[in-house]
Design a protein around this ligand. Sequence first.
Ligand SMILES: NC(=O)c1ccc[n+]([C@@H]2O[C@H](COP(=O)([O-])OP(=O)(O)OC[C@H]3O[C@@H](n4cnc5c(N)ncnc54)[C@H](OP(=O)(O)O)[C@@H]3O)[C@@H](O)[C@H]2O)c1
Length: 361
Amino acid sequence: MAAAIRYAMRHVGQTATNPSVATLIVRDDGEGPRIVGRGVTAIGGRPHAEPVALAEAGALAEGATAYVTLEPCAHHGRTPPCGEALVAAGIARVVSAAADPDPRVDGKGHAILEAAGLAVTRRLMAGEAAETVSGYLNRHREKRPEVTLKLALSADGKLGSKGRGQVKITGPIANAQTHLARTRHDAILVGAGTVLADNPRLDCRLPGLAGRSPTRVVLDPRLRTTAEMAIVRTARETPTLIATFADADPHRRAALAAAGVGYVACEADPRTGRIALPELLEDLAARGMSSVLVEGGAETAAAFLDENLVDRLVLLRGEADIGDDGIASPIDVAAARRRFRLIREYRFGGDHSFEFARREA
Ligand SMILES: NC(=O)c1ccc[n+]([C@@H]2O[C@H](COP(=O)([O-])OP(=O)(O)OC[C@H]3O[C@@H](n4cnc5c(N)ncnc54)[C@H](OP(=O)(O)O)[C@@H]3O)[C@@H](O)[C@H]2O)c1
């Protein structure tokens, strides 16, 4: 199952409304267990992992064990449900990890298998597998994408320096990790302040993974983003959405739309007059997005934290100070430890990475 979970990671963020799931078909003909079929949900979400693994196994699936990282689906789409495909291939035993909260599946996948006489072992490494589909699970539970806030902090807790544009805070290893994290999300979101100050590209530039850049979303109620900005110039290669109010300047809107930029019409938060974030997240979920990586800046990060919308927090802390004129981060490692649960800690060259998750209610 550990190998299946690692395999499932391969397409996280690339499978649209479907979770990235893996299946390994394993058989033991007396010389120890052997993997005879592998499948991971295809990019775009179809086909599912099970039929891909069964096709590779062919006749060797007969009497074998299938390890699946999520309960096999039970509903008829254009193809028969994966539960039925496992039965038809002669699989003898299914070991599953995470449970699927989709009401069309939720226990029904296992029921198909058991009714056909297959042995079923549930919830092996369920917690680890749930991590790989956490966005999908969150979208079903909360009706919004899972939000990861990622911030790079200088040693003195600053995010940047006013008027200096993008300030180098972390080194190449940490930066590559950020690019990898981008590929695993459906969207990257920033505030207009960051687009104006840094003119970032917000894509994945790792060799071989350039095609995996997620949709970029900018909170820009006054449409300050212009056609010269990098995210607009590349909007035809990497989808770009501007979250703005319905009454935003129609001329600017038309100019950006002509460059390939899309829009999400937002409501105003009656308290602050700013873009209402819970409703925006609901709209992104309705577009099939399960995970959003919020990459700042300071005001945007503070707004997500204040609204208690941060499910995961990644703090990358560099070695150098920025100084007193720096932009203070709304959260530092000490405050994060109090509010969130530390789940991983890494060292990337001279930088430290801290990954936190929401504390269970
Ligand atoms: N170290 C890091 O990880 C990191 C990451 C990103 C950026 N930065 C740095 O942060 C600085 C920019 O930060 P910033 O605070 O000025 O900009 P920001 O958070 O990127 O953008 C703030 C703007 O977003 C718009 N907005 C719309 N709805 C909002 C809402 N609900 N909550 C918050 N903002 C909303 C507002 O635009 P309107 O004012 O037009 O209404 C607001 O002014 C730059 O110096 C950049 O280099 C650092």
